[in-house]
Design a protein around this ligand. Structure first.
Ligand code: NAD
Ligand code: UDP
Length: 327
């Protein structure tokens, strides 16, 4: 694959920059923005992103790719109206490969993109996470909950990096009047996740399709609230387009909470698979429960998830089936 570098080919309209646009959520977002007629610049260092995801978009003259690390200062010739910051590995398997690198990606990435927003007078959205709540002592989680994060744990490079990025966003807004939005994204899944992503849904679907035992960490009684990717993209765009008076932080997620065992059993049923569940040790600091309160999103964004877990898993399994059979 020839590296296609950003060269101001995106035309003259103020563009939307998607940092992390070659990742799972980023590629869905780039595609949706192009469908809405936007000029889109994807900025990505391809750490966990892939060319395969954005290759189909390169045919569109309104799309361009800028291969760059957000840790380094960012220079873009084009005028920008909006910046989405999704640039950070999201799966524990990936963000724990280089913990200092993950933390610096969160912090310097936020700083460099905020500086770019300042220079371009662009609105900027931070893809934060439910991980800012850590292993929550309050359930379900309201935005007002301040969290329970182990500062020196294996997950803290990500959790504290994301918390610090939120702080930078709030401070840039107060100090320089930057128009910011902060989304606290809860676990999101769907077509296009990497087969080796390492997160729950992708692991279990690949295992079921390959007739391998499904890996359950701990006793599987911990919960997650899984949001289908199309719903999440709707939420992110609604937040970006929301009134300047509303910055968040706002929870974006599906409040339909399920245990890991429930999710595994649904995947078994939908793949008509009889593979056994095999227990592995629970990773340290693995949050025991996660469920968003989404009243703020309903009220300010008129947003709530629409796709049920069973429908979302069905679409995801259909996509994975094609790709697993090609490996
Ligand atoms: P992903 O790993 O698939 O995508 C992240 C993208 O960022 C990749 O394309 C990667 O190459 C790029 N990237 C990483 N470090 C970079 C750097 N230093 N410079 C430039 N690009 C870099 O993850 P995802 O699931 O698409 O998540 C996207 C964003 O949403 C992340 O910031 C993540 O923290 C956040 N988020 C996702 C979820 C979820 O469930 N998917 C939940 C909470 C928050
Ligand atoms: N998990 C699991 N089996 C797997 C992958 C994950 O049981 O193969 C569990 C993990 O321990 C956690 C939940 O599923 O409790 C969600 O994990 P994931 O990595 O998807 O996201 P997290 O919310 O932990 O960041």
């Amino acid at each position: 694959m020839t590296t296609y570098r950003y060269s101001d080919q995106a035309g003259n309209h103020a563009a939307v920059l998607v940092a992390g646009g070659a990742g799972f959520l980023g590629a869905h977002l780039c595609r949706r923005l192009l469908e809405q007629g936007e000029t889109v610049i994807c900025l990505d260092n391809l750490e966990t992103g892939s060319w395969d995801r954005i290759e189909p978009l390169l045919a569109d003259p309104k799309f361009s790719m800028f291969e760059h690390d957000v840790v380094e200062p960012i220079r873009i010739n084009h005028s920008l109206k909006e910046i989405y910051n999704l640039a950070c590995p999201a799966s524990p398997k990936h963000y724990q490969l280089d913990p200092p690198g993950t933390l610096l990606t969160c912090v310097y990435g936020a700083r460099n993109l905020l500086e770019l927003a300042r220079e371009k007078s662009a609105r900027i959205l931070q893809a934060s996470t439910s991980e800012v709540y850590g292993n929550p002592l309050e359930h379900p989680q309201h935005e007002s909950y301040r969290g329970n994060v182990n500062i020196v744990g294996l997950r803290s490079c990500y959790d504290e990096g994301k918390r610090c990025a939120e702080t930078l966003f709030a401070d840039y807004s107060r100090r320089y009047g930057i128009d910011i939005k902060i989304a606290r994204i809860f676990n999101t899944y769907g077509p296009g996740m990497s087969l080796d992503d390492g997160r729950l849904v992708s692991n279990l679907i690949v295992q079921a399709l390959n007739d391998e035992p499904m890996t359950i960490y701990g006793d599987g009684s911990q919960t997650r609230s899984l949001c289908y990717v199309d719903d999440m993209i709707d939420g992110l765009i609604s937040l970006m387009e929301s009134a300047p008076t509303f910055s968040g932080p706002v929870n974006l997620g599906n409040p339909d909470e399920a245990t890991i065992i429930d999710i595994a059993e649904q995947i078994q049923a939908l793949t008509a698979s009889a593979v056994p569940l095999v227990r592995h040790a629970l990773p340290p600091d693995d949050p025991m429960q996660r469920c968003p309160v989404i009243i703020l999103a309903q009220r300010h964004l008129n947003w709530q998830p629409r796709i049920s877990l069973s429908d979302g898993l069905r679409h995801t399994i259909a996509d994975f089936s094609v790709r697993v059979s090609c490996v």
